[in-house]
Design a protein around this ligand. Structure first.
Ligand code: 3PY
Ligand code: MG
Length: 264
């Protein structure tokens, strides 16, 4: 069989704006339902969402026959975890909390086989290589791997140019909730100072020749970030969509029964 193709990486290279959603429910049925809704990509979140390696694999399988690209956010930078996620077939990783170029370089190393990196070899056990059904997997895999690093702290912003310059980093995604916390605005990801910092960061990422992404549940903010040059946005999470849809349904019959609450 053919090497699985990374449509998301190609879309970023071709500057096709991508809109996606985070999946935190850890459920293959809800993942499959959302895979049929028309998003460009869906990101399985194993940082905050209830996901482990097995549940990520099940969701990747559930969504495989559908159009959206599948991204995965690991809990951390651990090379052993990154090896497992690539092994189960994740091709694009969005790695949280990257503050330095050295951290970004270590993540690149975890994602590639020697001599470029330190990824261990075990394709016979791995869905990513379709258990050795893909001929010449080793010759093709690097082209299909995509790394997005997340900048979401003051330190990350200070080091943004060096992080974006790391070879093997395809894009930089800004996390407004954590960035706001780091800037002293915990719980205010839409604060004007946070918004201004994000817009400046998006411009710097574009100048570095890398794809810029951001999380925003506020359509007006998402539009502003797109106008600043964002190449992809995450427009929300399955958990938030479920809650707001349920409450809006309830309120449509029994007004003011409940409030949705914050969207991050
Ligand atoms: C953040 O806003 O901190 C994120 O990680 C994006 O979801
Ligand atoms: Mg975050």
């Amino acid at each position: 069989m053919d090497m699985p193709f990374n449509k998301f990486k190609q879309a970023l290279q071709q500057k096709q704006f991508q809109v996606g959603m985070f999946l935190g429910l850890g459920n293959p049925v809800s993942a499959e339902i959302l895979a049929g809704c028309g998003f460009d990509y869906l990101l399985i979140d194993a940082e905050h969402g209830a996901n482990d390696v097995r549940s990520v694999q099940t969701q990747l399988q559930a969504m495989a026959a559908y159009p959206p690209s599948c991204l995965v956010r690991p809990a951390n930078h651990d090379a052993a975890l990154i090896k497992q996620l690539l092994g189960i077939g994740a091709q694009t990783l969005l790695v949280p909390m990257v503050d330095t170029a050295a951290q970004a370089a270590a993540i690149v190393s975890a994602m590639h086989y020697p001599p470029r990196g330190i990824r261990g070899v075990g394709t016979g056990l791995e869905r990513g290589a379709r258990w050795n059904a893909v001929p010449a997997y080793f010759q093709q895999v690097a082209q299909q791997i995509c790394l997005i690093v997340q900048i979401e702290s003051r330190a990350g912003l200070e080091n943004l140019d060096a992080i974006a310059a790391v070879d093997g980093v395809d894009g930089v995604f800004i996390g407004p909730a954590d960035l706001a916390a780091s800037m002293g605005y915990l719980g205010q990801p839409g604060h004007p100072e946070v918004k201004a910092a994000i817009e400046q960061a998006i411009v710097r990422i574009g100048k570095a020749g890398k794809a810029a992404g951001v999380f925003s549940t506020d359509p007006a903010l998402a539009a502003a970030y797109r106008a600043s040059g964002a190449d992809f946005v995450a427009a929300g999470a399955d958990t938030g969509v479920l809650r707001s849809a349920a409450i809006n349904l309830l309120n449509s019959i029994k007004p003011a029964s409940a409030t949705v609450g914050a969207a991050y």
